[in-house]
Design a protein around this ligand. Structure first.
Ligand SMILES: [Zn+2]
Ligand SMILES: [Zn+2]
Length: 331
C-alpha cells in the first residue's frame, strides 16, 4: 500500500558543499542509517575531517580536476579508518586512482586497515579493482561485472547511473529511496506502545516485505508485524539526481529527461547562459535554460542549479533566473 504524495520528513539530508563558482560536490546523509554518500570529488576542504570520515561511498561523474582533486584529501583522512571506501566513476577512473596512489611512497602503512574499492562503469560492464593499504596500494584486479542498474542496492535505497558524453564519458547519478515510512505517533500511543529502537526493526521488516505473522520484539513484548503496520504511513520514496558536465546534445538531453523523471530534487549544472549556447556546445556543458527545460519536462519538483562558469561571477542571478524561468515554462 504505497500512497503517492511527497514524504513528510526527507530521508536524504543534502549539503551542497561549495558555492556556485567553486567545485561542485554534494554531501548526502541518509537519515536513520549510517550511510553517507559524496557526489563528485572536487575540493572538499569545507567539509572538514569529521564529515570526510563519515563518507561510505563516492560517486564521481568524471575525472576533470574540478571533480577529482579532493582524492588526496579523502585518502589522507581515511588512511587509518577501518571502514572501507567504495568509489564509482566512468571509464578511466581506475587509471586515475592508480596514478594518484603511485604519486606517494607507501613503505610505512602495512598495518593500516584502509581498503579502497573502485568500480569503473562503462555502458556494458563494471570493472572492479581493490587498493589496500596493507598491500601498499598495489591494484588487485577483481572479476568484471555486467553493467546493470541499480549499481548499488542497500537496505532502503538504491543508486542508478547513466553514461552520457562530455566529449569524454560522464556519469549522471540518481539516489532513490525504495519507500518512505513515517510513524503515526497518535496511533502508536493509542496502541499503548512506546517509541524505541524497535521502530527501526519494524521499518526494516516492512522494506523486506516480510509476512504479517512475523514476530517482532516491542520493548520486551512479542507482537505480530501485521498488527503494527497501521502505525506506519507509507509513501513513495524520495529521489534525488545529480547531473554535471554534460554536452548539450539531443541524445544526452533525451536520456537525461528519462533518467531524472519525477525526481524530488535535481542538482544540475548550469555552466553557461542561453546567450552563450554555441560556447556551451564547444565546451560540452549545459546551459541554465537547458537545465530548466530538462527539469520541467521530466516533472522534477525542485531544481537546484550549481557549477557556474567564472565569467558570471559578477552576476550569478542571471543563470539562476534563466534556469528558473525555463523550469516554470516562461522562457
Ligand atoms: Zn566541471
Ligand atoms: Zn568536466
Amino acid at each position: 500500500m504505497i500512497y503517492n504524495y511527497t514524504p513528510m520528513k526527507p530521508t536524504f539530508h543534502v549539503e551542497i558543499v561549495n558555492n556556485h563558482f567553486e567545485d561542485p560536490v554534494l554531501y548526502v546523509r541518509a537519515m536513520y542509517q549510517k550511510t553517507v554518500f559524496l557526489f563528485d570529488l572536487g575540493n572538499i576542504d569545507a567539509l572538514g575531517p569529521g564529515k570526510i570520515n563519515t563518507i561510505s561511498s563516492i560517486f564521481v561523474t568524471h575525472m576533470h580536476i574540478d571533480h577529482f582533486i579532493g582524492f588526496d584529501t579523502v585518502l589522507r583522512y581515511l588512511l587509518k579508518r577501518d571502514l572501507p571506501l567504495q568509489m564509482y566513476g566512468p571509464e578511466g577512473i581506475i587509471n586515475c586512482v592508480e596514478g594518484k596512489l603511485k604519486g606517494y611512497t607507501w613503505n610505512l602503512i602495512k598495518d593500516y586497515p584502509f581498503k579502497l574499492e573502485v568500480f569503473e562503469i562503462s555502458e556494458y560492464n563494471i570493472k572492479h579493482v581493490s587498493f589496500y593499504a596493507s598491500e601498499s596500494f598495489i591494484p588487485i584486479i577483481r572479476q568484471n561485472i555486467t553493467f546493470k542498474n541499480p549499481i548499488v542496492q542497500e537496505n532502503a535505497f538504491k543508486i542508478n547511473t547513466i553514461v552520457l558524453s562530455h566529449q569524454i564519458p560522464v556519469l549522471a547519478y540518481s539516489l532513490e529511496e525504495d519507500m518512505h515510512i513515517n510513524i503515526n505517533k497518535a496511533k502508536l500511543i493509542d496502541k499503548g506502545l512506546e517509541v524505541g529502537p524497535w521502530l527501526n526493526t519494524l521499518k526494516s521488516m516492512i522494506r523486506q516485505g516480510l509476512p504479517n505473522d512475523t514476530v517482532l520484539d516491542v520493548n520486551d513484548k512479542q507482537c505480530y508485524l501485521g498488527d503494527l503496520i497501521d502505525i506506519c504511513i507509507i509513501t513513495r520514496g524520495q529521489k534525488i539526481c545529480y547531473v554535471m558536465d554534460v554536452s548539450p546534445t539531443e541524445y544526452n538531453i533525451r536520456l537525461l529527461k528519462e533518467f531524472v523523471s519525477g525526481a524530488d530534487v535535481l542538482y544540475c549544472e548550469a555552466f553557461f547562459s542561453d546567450e552563450e549556447s554555441e560556447r556551451a556546445k564547444d565546451r560540452n556543458h549545459l546551459t541554465a535554460r537547458i537545465a530548466g527545460q530538462i527539469a520541467r519536462e521530466a516533472g522534477v519538483k525542485t531544481l537546484k542549479v550549481m557549477h557556474f562558469s567564472q565569467k558570471y561571477k559578477s552576476n550569478p542571478d542571471l543563470l539562476i533566473k534563466e534556469a528558473e524561468d525555463a523550469f516554470k515554462g516562461i522562457l
